[in-house]
Design a protein around this ligand. Structure first.
Ligand code: ADP
Length: 460
Protein backbone atom coordinates (compact mmCIF):
# COMPACT_ATOMS: atom_id res chain seq x y z
CA UNK A 1 0.00 0.00 0.00
CA UNK A 2 1.32 3.47 -0.87
CA UNK A 3 1.87 5.92 1.97
CA UNK A 4 -1.11 8.31 1.20
CA UNK A 5 -3.37 5.23 1.27
CA UNK A 6 -1.87 4.14 4.57
CA UNK A 7 -2.42 7.64 5.90
CA UNK A 8 -6.12 7.58 4.72
CA UNK A 9 -6.61 4.23 6.33
CA UNK A 10 -5.17 5.42 9.62
CA UNK A 11 -7.42 8.47 9.58
CA UNK A 12 -10.57 6.35 8.91
CA UNK A 13 -9.63 4.00 11.76
CA UNK A 14 -9.11 6.92 14.14
CA UNK A 15 -12.52 8.42 13.28
CA UNK A 16 -14.19 4.94 13.64
CA UNK A 17 -12.63 4.65 17.07
CA UNK A 18 -13.84 8.11 18.07
CA UNK A 19 -17.35 7.17 16.98
CA UNK A 20 -17.12 3.88 18.93
CA UNK A 21 -16.14 5.68 22.12
CA UNK A 22 -19.11 8.06 21.64
CA UNK A 23 -21.40 5.01 21.42
CA UNK A 24 -19.89 3.68 24.68
CA UNK A 25 -20.41 7.06 26.32
CA UNK A 26 -24.01 7.11 25.14
CA UNK A 27 -24.49 3.61 26.58
CA UNK A 28 -23.10 4.74 29.93
CA UNK A 29 -25.32 7.82 30.00
CA UNK A 30 -28.31 5.65 29.00
CA UNK A 31 -27.55 3.09 31.73
CA UNK A 32 -27.16 5.73 34.44
CA UNK A 33 -29.92 8.07 33.17
CA UNK A 34 -32.39 5.30 32.22
CA UNK A 35 -31.78 3.50 35.55
CA UNK A 36 -32.21 6.76 37.54
CA UNK A 37 -35.47 7.59 35.70
CA UNK A 38 -36.93 4.09 36.15
CA UNK A 39 -35.89 4.12 39.81
CA UNK A 40 -37.40 7.57 40.28
CA UNK A 41 -40.78 6.20 39.16
CA UNK A 42 -40.53 3.66 42.03
CA UNK A 43 -39.14 6.28 44.42
CA UNK A 44 -35.70 4.61 44.42
CA UNK A 45 -33.56 6.55 41.89
CA UNK A 46 -30.26 5.34 43.37
CA UNK A 47 -31.26 1.71 43.18
CA UNK A 48 -32.43 2.25 39.59
CA UNK A 49 -29.05 3.80 38.72
CA UNK A 50 -27.24 0.83 40.30
CA UNK A 51 -29.38 -1.64 38.32
CA UNK A 52 -28.68 0.31 35.09
CA UNK A 53 -24.93 0.13 35.77
CA UNK A 54 -25.19 -3.58 36.62
CA UNK A 55 -26.82 -4.27 33.26
CA UNK A 56 -24.02 -2.38 31.50
CA UNK A 57 -21.29 -4.20 33.44
CA UNK A 58 -22.98 -7.57 32.71
CA UNK A 59 -23.03 -6.73 29.03
CA UNK A 60 -19.27 -5.97 29.11
CA UNK A 61 -18.57 -9.13 31.16
CA UNK A 62 -20.42 -11.27 28.65
CA UNK A 63 -18.38 -9.89 25.76
CA UNK A 64 -15.19 -10.29 27.79
CA UNK A 65 -16.13 -13.92 28.46
CA UNK A 66 -16.81 -14.53 24.74
CA UNK A 67 -13.48 -12.92 23.84
CA UNK A 68 -11.64 -15.17 26.33
CA UNK A 69 -13.34 -18.26 24.83
CA UNK A 70 -12.62 -17.13 21.31
CA UNK A 71 -8.93 -16.59 22.12
CA UNK A 72 -8.73 -20.23 23.27
CA UNK A 73 -10.49 -21.61 20.20
CA UNK A 74 -10.96 -19.09 17.42
CA UNK A 75 -12.23 -21.76 14.99
CA UNK A 76 -15.19 -22.84 17.15
CA UNK A 77 -16.33 -19.62 18.86
CA UNK A 78 -18.00 -16.80 16.93
CA UNK A 79 -17.65 -13.25 18.18
CA UNK A 80 -21.03 -11.42 18.24
CA UNK A 81 -21.82 -8.37 16.15
CA UNK A 82 -21.49 -5.54 18.58
CA UNK A 83 -21.18 -1.83 18.15
CA UNK A 84 -18.94 0.44 20.17
CA UNK A 85 -15.42 -0.26 21.25
CA UNK A 86 -16.01 -4.03 21.46
CA UNK A 87 -17.08 -4.03 17.82
CA UNK A 88 -13.89 -2.26 16.84
CA UNK A 89 -11.80 -4.70 18.91
CA UNK A 90 -13.53 -7.74 17.35
CA UNK A 91 -13.14 -6.35 13.88
CA UNK A 92 -9.44 -5.69 14.51
CA UNK A 93 -8.96 -9.22 15.79
CA UNK A 94 -10.75 -10.72 12.77
CA UNK A 95 -8.61 -8.64 10.43
CA UNK A 96 -5.41 -9.81 12.19
CA UNK A 97 -6.62 -13.40 12.04
CA UNK A 98 -7.41 -13.05 8.34
CA UNK A 99 -3.94 -11.64 7.66
CA UNK A 100 -2.31 -14.45 9.67
CA UNK A 101 -4.26 -17.04 7.66
CA UNK A 102 -3.22 -15.44 4.38
CA UNK A 103 0.43 -15.37 5.51
CA UNK A 104 0.21 -19.02 6.59
CA UNK A 105 -1.26 -20.01 3.23
CA UNK A 106 1.50 -18.10 1.42
CA UNK A 107 4.22 -19.73 3.55
CA UNK A 108 2.68 -23.16 3.04
CA UNK A 109 2.71 -22.64 -0.73
CA UNK A 110 6.36 -21.44 -0.62
CA UNK A 111 7.24 -24.49 1.48
CA UNK A 112 5.38 -26.80 -0.90
CA UNK A 113 7.24 -25.26 -3.85
CA UNK A 114 10.58 -25.61 -2.04
CA UNK A 115 9.84 -29.22 -1.17
CA UNK A 116 8.73 -29.95 -4.74
CA UNK A 117 11.96 -28.46 -6.15
CA UNK A 118 14.23 -30.28 -3.66
CA UNK A 119 12.27 -33.47 -4.22
CA UNK A 120 13.10 -33.14 -7.92
CA UNK A 121 16.84 -32.72 -7.22
CA UNK A 122 19.02 -35.59 -8.39
CA UNK A 123 21.05 -35.21 -5.16
CA UNK A 124 19.70 -36.55 -1.89
CA UNK A 125 18.77 -33.86 0.65
CA UNK A 126 18.07 -34.68 4.29
CA UNK A 127 17.23 -32.15 7.00
CA UNK A 128 18.82 -33.20 10.30
CA UNK A 129 17.73 -31.65 13.61
CA UNK A 130 20.30 -30.31 16.14
CA UNK A 131 19.95 -33.59 18.09
CA UNK A 132 20.74 -35.68 15.01
CA UNK A 133 17.22 -36.81 14.05
CA UNK A 134 15.86 -36.82 10.51
CA UNK A 135 13.25 -34.10 10.01
CA UNK A 136 12.70 -34.42 6.27
CA UNK A 137 14.23 -35.99 3.15
CA UNK A 138 13.61 -35.92 -0.58
CA UNK A 139 12.94 -38.73 -3.06
CA UNK A 140 16.57 -38.95 -4.18
CA UNK A 141 17.65 -39.59 -0.55
CA UNK A 142 15.25 -42.54 -0.46
CA UNK A 143 16.84 -44.00 -3.59
CA UNK A 144 20.46 -43.35 -2.54
CA UNK A 145 20.32 -44.34 1.13
CA UNK A 146 17.27 -46.57 1.21
CA UNK A 147 15.36 -44.26 3.58
CA UNK A 148 11.66 -45.03 3.96
CA UNK A 149 8.96 -42.42 4.26
CA UNK A 150 7.41 -41.82 6.75
CA UNK A 151 8.95 -44.55 9.00
CA UNK A 152 12.43 -42.99 9.02
CA UNK A 153 11.29 -39.46 9.85
CA UNK A 154 12.41 -38.85 13.42
CA UNK A 155 15.01 -41.65 13.34
CA UNK A 156 18.61 -40.89 14.29
CA UNK A 157 20.74 -40.31 11.20
CA UNK A 158 23.65 -42.24 12.80
CA UNK A 159 21.43 -45.31 13.09
CA UNK A 160 20.58 -45.22 9.43
CA UNK A 161 24.07 -44.41 8.07
CA UNK A 162 26.18 -46.75 10.15
CA UNK A 163 29.47 -46.55 8.22
CA UNK A 164 32.34 -45.69 10.66
CA UNK A 165 33.59 -43.09 8.14
CA UNK A 166 30.33 -41.17 8.53
CA UNK A 167 30.35 -41.46 12.32
CA UNK A 168 33.94 -40.10 12.36
CA UNK A 169 32.94 -37.28 9.98
CA UNK A 170 30.07 -36.21 12.26
CA UNK A 171 32.24 -36.42 15.41
CA UNK A 172 35.09 -34.39 13.86
CA UNK A 173 32.62 -31.66 12.98
CA UNK A 174 34.68 -30.17 10.12
CA UNK A 175 31.87 -29.66 7.64
CA UNK A 176 33.98 -27.67 5.19
CA UNK A 177 34.99 -31.10 3.90
CA UNK A 178 32.93 -33.98 2.53
CA UNK A 179 33.18 -37.72 2.99
CA UNK A 180 33.03 -40.64 0.54
CA UNK A 181 31.35 -43.88 1.56
CA UNK A 182 30.18 -47.05 -0.12
CA UNK A 183 26.42 -46.97 -0.63
CA UNK A 184 24.56 -48.84 2.15
CA UNK A 185 22.34 -50.36 -0.56
CA UNK A 186 25.09 -51.54 -2.89
CA UNK A 187 28.75 -51.38 -1.92
CA UNK A 188 29.72 -51.09 -5.61
CA UNK A 189 28.41 -47.54 -5.64
CA UNK A 190 30.21 -44.69 -3.92
CA UNK A 191 28.37 -41.83 -2.26
CA UNK A 192 29.68 -38.39 -1.43
CA UNK A 193 28.14 -36.92 1.72
CA UNK A 194 28.36 -33.38 2.99
CA UNK A 195 26.71 -31.82 6.04
CA UNK A 196 25.85 -28.15 5.72
CA UNK A 197 25.01 -26.42 9.03
CA UNK A 198 22.28 -23.76 8.88
CA UNK A 199 19.77 -21.97 11.09
CA UNK A 200 19.54 -22.96 14.72
CA UNK A 201 21.82 -26.00 14.84
CA UNK A 202 19.96 -27.62 11.91
CA UNK A 203 21.99 -29.43 9.27
CA UNK A 204 21.33 -30.30 5.66
CA UNK A 205 22.92 -33.54 4.49
CA UNK A 206 23.59 -33.59 0.76
CA UNK A 207 24.20 -37.02 -0.77
CA UNK A 208 25.58 -37.52 -4.29
CA UNK A 209 26.31 -40.63 -6.28
CA UNK A 210 29.92 -40.21 -7.44
CA UNK A 211 30.40 -43.76 -8.75
CA UNK A 212 30.59 -42.64 -12.38
CA UNK A 213 33.05 -39.89 -11.55
CA UNK A 214 35.17 -42.41 -9.65
CA UNK A 215 34.99 -44.90 -12.48
CA UNK A 216 36.28 -42.30 -14.97
CA UNK A 217 39.01 -41.30 -12.54
CA UNK A 218 40.02 -44.92 -12.09
CA UNK A 219 40.05 -45.37 -15.90
CA UNK A 220 42.35 -42.35 -16.28
CA UNK A 221 44.66 -43.65 -13.55
CA UNK A 222 44.69 -47.16 -14.97
CA UNK A 223 45.44 -45.79 -18.43
CA UNK A 224 48.47 -43.80 -17.20
CA UNK A 225 49.68 -46.76 -15.12
CA UNK A 226 49.21 -49.27 -17.96
CA UNK A 227 50.80 -47.00 -20.59
CA UNK A 228 53.78 -46.39 -18.30
CA UNK A 229 54.05 -50.07 -17.58
CA UNK A 230 53.90 -51.01 -21.28
CA UNK A 231 56.61 -48.46 -22.09
CA UNK A 232 58.91 -49.89 -19.49
CA UNK A 233 59.79 -53.13 -21.33
CA UNK A 234 60.78 -51.60 -24.69
CA UNK A 235 62.74 -48.94 -22.83
CA UNK A 236 64.66 -51.56 -20.88
CA UNK A 237 65.53 -53.38 -24.12
CA UNK A 238 66.59 -50.14 -25.82
CA UNK A 239 68.56 -49.11 -22.79
CA UNK A 240 70.43 -52.45 -22.79
CA UNK A 241 71.42 -52.09 -26.46
CA UNK A 242 72.46 -48.47 -26.10
CA UNK A 243 74.48 -49.31 -23.01
CA UNK A 244 76.26 -52.01 -24.99
CA UNK A 245 76.83 -49.76 -28.01
CA UNK A 246 78.05 -46.94 -25.79
CA UNK A 247 80.62 -49.28 -24.27
CA UNK A 248 81.62 -50.35 -27.77
CA UNK A 249 81.96 -46.72 -28.94
CA UNK A 250 84.53 -46.12 -26.21
CA UNK A 251 87.00 -48.36 -28.03
CA UNK A 252 89.03 -46.59 -30.75
CA UNK A 253 89.13 -49.64 -33.06
CA UNK A 254 85.38 -50.07 -33.00
CA UNK A 255 83.08 -49.29 -35.96
CA UNK A 256 81.03 -47.20 -33.50
CA UNK A 257 83.98 -45.03 -32.40
CA UNK A 258 82.51 -41.88 -33.99
CA UNK A 259 79.10 -42.51 -32.32
CA UNK A 260 80.30 -41.82 -28.80
CA UNK A 261 78.61 -38.42 -28.42
CA UNK A 262 75.19 -39.28 -29.94
CA UNK A 263 75.07 -42.55 -28.03
CA UNK A 264 75.89 -40.69 -24.82
CA UNK A 265 73.01 -38.28 -25.55
CA UNK A 266 70.64 -41.21 -26.26
CA UNK A 267 71.69 -42.83 -23.01
CA UNK A 268 70.95 -39.62 -21.12
CA UNK A 269 67.50 -39.21 -22.73
CA UNK A 270 66.63 -42.85 -22.06
CA UNK A 271 67.60 -42.34 -18.43
CA UNK A 272 65.22 -39.37 -18.27
CA UNK A 273 62.39 -41.40 -19.80
CA UNK A 274 62.96 -44.21 -17.32
CA UNK A 275 62.93 -41.71 -14.47
CA UNK A 276 59.70 -40.14 -15.78
CA UNK A 277 58.00 -43.50 -16.16
CA UNK A 278 59.16 -44.47 -12.67
CA UNK A 279 57.59 -41.29 -11.25
CA UNK A 280 54.34 -41.77 -13.21
CA UNK A 281 54.02 -45.31 -11.88
CA UNK A 282 54.78 -44.13 -8.34
CA UNK A 283 52.07 -41.48 -8.62
CA UNK A 284 49.56 -43.99 -10.03
CA UNK A 285 50.32 -46.36 -7.16
CA UNK A 286 49.92 -43.55 -4.62
CA UNK A 287 46.56 -42.56 -6.11
CA UNK A 288 45.14 -46.05 -5.88
CA UNK A 289 46.64 -46.92 -2.50
CA UNK A 290 44.79 -46.61 0.80
CA UNK A 291 45.90 -44.26 3.61
CA UNK A 292 49.12 -45.25 5.35
CA UNK A 293 48.67 -47.84 8.11
CA UNK A 294 49.13 -46.89 11.73
CA UNK A 295 50.39 -50.17 13.11
CA UNK A 296 54.14 -50.01 12.62
CA UNK A 297 56.34 -47.12 13.75
CA UNK A 298 58.91 -46.21 11.09
CA UNK A 299 62.47 -45.42 12.15
CA UNK A 300 62.58 -41.99 10.53
CA UNK A 301 66.15 -41.28 11.68
CA UNK A 302 67.49 -44.22 9.69
CA UNK A 303 65.26 -43.37 6.71
CA UNK A 304 66.44 -39.74 6.71
CA UNK A 305 70.13 -40.69 7.04
CA UNK A 306 69.73 -42.97 3.97
CA UNK A 307 68.00 -40.15 2.05
CA UNK A 308 70.78 -37.74 3.09
CA UNK A 309 73.39 -40.14 1.74
CA UNK A 310 71.59 -40.22 -1.62
CA UNK A 311 71.35 -36.43 -1.65
CA UNK A 312 75.08 -36.16 -0.92
CA UNK A 313 75.80 -38.45 -3.87
CA UNK A 314 73.60 -36.22 -6.07
CA UNK A 315 75.38 -33.13 -4.76
CA UNK A 316 78.85 -34.54 -5.63
CA UNK A 317 80.26 -32.71 -2.65
CA UNK A 318 79.37 -29.17 -3.76
CA UNK A 319 76.82 -28.53 -0.98
CA UNK A 320 77.06 -28.45 2.79
CA UNK A 321 74.63 -30.68 4.66
CA UNK A 322 73.49 -30.05 8.22
CA UNK A 323 71.05 -32.29 10.05
CA UNK A 324 69.28 -32.27 13.37
CA UNK A 325 67.46 -35.57 13.63
CA UNK A 326 65.76 -36.77 16.79
CA UNK A 327 66.15 -40.55 16.71
CA UNK A 328 63.49 -40.94 19.42
CA UNK A 329 60.78 -39.58 17.17
CA UNK A 330 59.20 -42.42 15.21
CA UNK A 331 56.27 -42.18 12.84
CA UNK A 332 53.36 -44.52 12.18
CA UNK A 333 53.21 -44.66 8.39
CA UNK A 334 54.23 -46.35 5.15
CA UNK A 335 57.98 -46.55 4.71
CA UNK A 336 58.11 -46.40 0.89
CA UNK A 337 55.99 -43.22 0.85
CA UNK A 338 58.04 -41.57 3.59
CA UNK A 339 61.18 -42.38 1.59
CA UNK A 340 59.66 -40.70 -1.48
CA UNK A 341 58.88 -37.59 0.57
CA UNK A 342 62.40 -37.33 2.01
CA UNK A 343 64.23 -38.10 -1.24
CA UNK A 344 62.16 -35.71 -3.36
CA UNK A 345 62.50 -32.80 -0.93
CA UNK A 346 66.23 -33.37 -0.48
CA UNK A 347 66.97 -33.87 -4.18
CA UNK A 348 65.05 -30.65 -4.96
CA UNK A 349 67.09 -28.80 -2.33
CA UNK A 350 70.28 -30.04 -4.04
CA UNK A 351 69.08 -29.40 -7.60
CA UNK A 352 67.84 -25.88 -6.91
CA UNK A 353 70.79 -24.72 -4.79
CA UNK A 354 73.93 -23.32 -6.39
CA UNK A 355 77.35 -24.80 -5.57
CA UNK A 356 78.41 -24.00 -2.02
CA UNK A 357 74.80 -23.82 -0.77
CA UNK A 358 73.70 -25.21 2.58
CA UNK A 359 70.97 -27.81 3.02
CA UNK A 360 69.49 -28.38 6.47
CA UNK A 361 67.28 -31.26 7.55
CA UNK A 362 65.34 -31.28 10.80
CA UNK A 363 63.24 -34.12 12.21
CA UNK A 364 61.69 -33.42 15.60
CA UNK A 365 58.44 -32.76 17.36
CA UNK A 366 56.70 -29.42 17.50
CA UNK A 367 53.85 -28.28 19.69
CA UNK A 368 50.41 -27.14 18.57
CA UNK A 369 47.03 -27.06 20.33
CA UNK A 370 48.56 -28.59 23.45
CA UNK A 371 50.03 -31.71 21.82
CA UNK A 372 53.33 -32.73 20.22
CA UNK A 373 53.33 -33.58 16.54
CA UNK A 374 56.13 -34.82 14.23
CA UNK A 375 57.67 -32.34 11.82
CA UNK A 376 60.09 -32.73 8.90
CA UNK A 377 61.81 -29.55 7.73
CA UNK A 378 64.08 -29.26 4.67
CA UNK A 379 65.72 -25.88 4.22
CA UNK A 380 68.01 -24.78 1.42
CA UNK A 381 69.88 -21.61 0.55
CA UNK A 382 69.02 -22.02 -3.14
CA UNK A 383 67.37 -19.99 -5.89
CA UNK A 384 64.03 -19.68 -4.04
CA UNK A 385 60.54 -19.47 -5.55
CA UNK A 386 58.35 -16.48 -6.46
CA UNK A 387 55.33 -16.14 -4.14
CA UNK A 388 52.74 -16.61 -6.92
CA UNK A 389 54.27 -19.96 -7.95
CA UNK A 390 54.19 -21.47 -4.44
CA UNK A 391 50.51 -22.56 -4.47
CA UNK A 392 51.09 -24.38 -7.78
CA UNK A 393 54.23 -26.33 -6.84
CA UNK A 394 52.43 -29.63 -6.15
CA UNK A 395 50.58 -29.62 -9.52
CA UNK A 396 51.75 -32.33 -11.88
CA UNK A 397 54.36 -31.09 -14.36
CA UNK A 398 54.41 -27.61 -12.89
CA UNK A 399 57.90 -26.15 -13.02
CA UNK A 400 58.99 -22.59 -12.36
CA UNK A 401 61.86 -22.96 -14.80
CA UNK A 402 61.37 -25.88 -17.20
CA UNK A 403 64.94 -25.60 -18.53
CA UNK A 404 66.54 -25.83 -15.12
CA UNK A 405 64.25 -28.66 -14.03
CA UNK A 406 65.11 -30.72 -17.13
CA UNK A 407 68.82 -29.93 -16.99
CA UNK A 408 68.96 -31.29 -13.45
CA UNK A 409 66.99 -34.44 -14.32
CA UNK A 410 63.60 -33.27 -13.00
CA UNK A 411 60.32 -34.81 -14.11
CA UNK A 412 57.97 -32.15 -12.73
CA UNK A 413 56.29 -34.85 -10.63
CA UNK A 414 58.39 -34.84 -7.45
CA UNK A 415 56.26 -32.50 -5.36
CA UNK A 416 53.01 -34.05 -6.67
CA UNK A 417 54.32 -37.36 -5.29
CA UNK A 418 55.22 -35.63 -2.00
CA UNK A 419 51.70 -34.16 -1.76
CA UNK A 420 49.97 -37.51 -2.33
CA UNK A 421 52.26 -39.35 0.06
CA UNK A 422 51.59 -36.69 2.71
CA UNK A 423 47.83 -36.98 2.16
CA UNK A 424 48.10 -40.69 2.93
CA UNK A 425 49.53 -39.66 6.30
CA UNK A 426 46.93 -36.88 6.83
CA UNK A 427 49.92 -34.52 6.83
CA UNK A 428 50.28 -31.04 5.39
CA UNK A 429 53.03 -29.35 3.43
CA UNK A 430 53.91 -25.71 3.97
CA UNK A 431 56.38 -23.83 1.80
CA UNK A 432 58.15 -20.59 2.57
CA UNK A 433 60.51 -19.15 0.04
CA UNK A 434 62.25 -15.97 -1.00
CA UNK A 435 63.72 -15.67 -4.51
CA UNK A 436 67.50 -15.64 -4.25
CA UNK A 437 67.42 -16.50 -0.53
CA UNK A 438 66.26 -20.11 -0.42
CA UNK A 439 63.25 -22.22 0.49
CA UNK A 440 61.86 -24.09 3.47
CA UNK A 441 59.59 -27.12 2.95
CA UNK A 442 57.89 -28.31 6.15
CA UNK A 443 55.79 -31.48 6.51
CA UNK A 444 53.44 -31.34 9.50
CA UNK A 445 52.29 -34.83 10.51
CA UNK A 446 49.30 -35.33 12.81
CA UNK A 447 49.99 -35.92 16.52
CA UNK A 448 48.35 -39.38 16.45
CA UNK A 449 51.07 -40.66 14.09
CA UNK A 450 53.80 -39.84 16.59
CA UNK A 451 55.59 -42.63 18.47
CA UNK A 452 58.14 -41.36 20.97
CA UNK A 453 60.66 -43.95 22.15
CA UNK A 454 62.10 -41.85 25.00
CA UNK A 455 58.81 -41.72 26.85
CA UNK A 456 58.58 -45.51 26.71
CA UNK A 457 62.19 -45.91 27.89
CA UNK A 458 61.52 -43.60 30.82
CA UNK A 459 58.36 -45.45 31.65
CA UNK A 460 60.18 -48.80 31.39
P1 ADP B 1 60.96 -31.08 -10.69
O1 ADP B 1 61.21 -32.47 -11.11
O2 ADP B 1 60.81 -30.13 -11.84
O3 ADP B 1 61.92 -30.60 -9.68
P2 ADP B 1 59.03 -30.97 -8.57
O4 ADP B 1 57.59 -31.37 -8.59
O5 ADP B 1 59.93 -31.65 -7.64
O6 ADP B 1 59.49 -31.13 -10.06
O7 ADP B 1 59.09 -29.41 -8.31
C1 ADP B 1 58.28 -28.55 -9.07
C2 ADP B 1 58.96 -27.22 -9.27
O8 ADP B 1 59.07 -26.56 -8.02
C3 ADP B 1 60.38 -27.34 -9.76
O9 ADP B 1 60.41 -27.43 -11.17
C4 ADP B 1 61.00 -26.05 -9.26
O10 ADP B 1 60.73 -25.00 -10.17
C5 ADP B 1 60.27 -25.78 -7.96
N1 ADP B 1 61.02 -26.24 -6.78
C6 ADP B 1 60.87 -27.36 -6.09
N2 ADP B 1 61.71 -27.44 -5.04
C7 ADP B 1 62.42 -26.27 -5.06
C8 ADP B 1 63.46 -25.72 -4.23
N3 ADP B 1 63.91 -26.38 -3.16
N4 ADP B 1 63.95 -24.52 -4.56
C9 ADP B 1 63.48 -23.85 -5.65
N5 ADP B 1 62.51 -24.31 -6.45
C10 ADP B 1 61.99 -25.50 -6.18
Amino acid sequence: MSSPEVEDNRRTLASDMRRAWLVELRRLVLAIGGGWLAGYLFAAPHLGMAVGLLVLVSYHFRLLYLLARWSLNPQRVELPESGGVWGEIFEGLYATQRRARQRKRKLASILAEFQASTAALPDGAIVVTPRGHIAWFNTAAQGLLGLRSPQDIGARINNLIRHPGFQRYVEQGDFSKDVQLPSPLNAQYTLNLRLIPYGNGQRLLIVRDVSEHQRLDRMRRDFVANASHELRTPLTVLSGYIEMMHGEAGRSDSALASWGAPLGEMRGQLGRMEHLIGDLLKLARLESDTPAPRNEPIDMAKLLHDALRQAETLSRGVHRFESEIDADVLLYGRESELQSIAINLLSNAVRYSPDGGTIQVEWRTARASGSDYPLLRVKDSGIGIEADAIPRLTERFFRVDVGRSRATGGTGLGLAIVKHALEHHEAELTVESEPGEGSVFVCHFPAYRLHQVRQQRRAG
